[in-house]
Design a protein around this ligand. Sequence first.
Ligand code: CP
Ligand code: NVA
Length: 300
Amino acid sequence: MKTRHFLTLQDLTPEEFRQIISRASELKKMQHEGTPHKLLEGKVMAMIFEKSSTRTRVSFEAGMAQLGGHAMFLSSNDTQLGRGEPIEDSARVISSMVDIIMIRTFGHDIVEKFAEYSKVPVINALTDEYHPCQLLADMQTFFEHRGDIQGKTVTWIGDGNNMCNSYINAAALLDFTLNVACPQGYEPDSELLAKHQGRVNVMRDPKDAVAGSHLVVTDVFASMGQEDEQEARLKLFADYQVNPALMSLADKDALFMHCLPAHRGEEISEEMLDTEWSVVFDEAENRLHAQKALMEFLAS
Ligand code: CP
Ligand code: NVA
């Protein structure tokens, strides 16, 4: 059988996406109730990080331990990957020793190449283009708080970045409308936009974009790898802050999400994470449960 990878959400069918979300909520209940669920006993995961992380590292490492397996952290600084060993050689070697691999890196082509040469499932734990693991957690969070997202309207505010691209994929798979409010020149991937015309509406004014929306989402203005652009982006994105005034234009039951880490006073106002709209800390916790469901789906 062909090895399954999770490089973007498009690697799942709509049914599989829903199945992982619902399994994530079951695993969450088991963990909260202290019910053992060692479903991946004896399995080993390699976690390759070429960028920083808090949530992703802790959720995968804790999740694998709770499933009865073991996760090993590999930083590119301390492995031969950082010294230029080819991706294809690293993929062949690492995948001959472990059962599942997750990678956080820069270009999406790196995870694609790694997966091409890997004998075991590869999970994209964030590239410059996509962050599909975060979407599993975000969608689980929406379902837990508000039920099915089908037919709802989600608004993305700010940079058309890796998170935004993954929201486009989620919209297509789970059948919701996505409004994207971003400055000119900071739109999400043009091929994805072309493919999902009619489902994704690119707008300029955040106020127009959030009107009637059931979920409002944002992210940092400058992603990892764009540190040099931070100052310029702060000015360019000045009108794209999510704050209570903006949220009050959305649907009365609207939720607010942010993948974190957040910059208070920049893409969100100081108080935004602590408002009644915000479910960001449930969203962060759900990284653990959603990825446990994903690992079970790929590796058991
Ligand atoms: N949201 C997210 O992926 O967080 P980390 O960068 O801390 O892993
Ligand atoms: N867009 C952000 C997400 C971090 C979790 C980044 O790529 O840095």
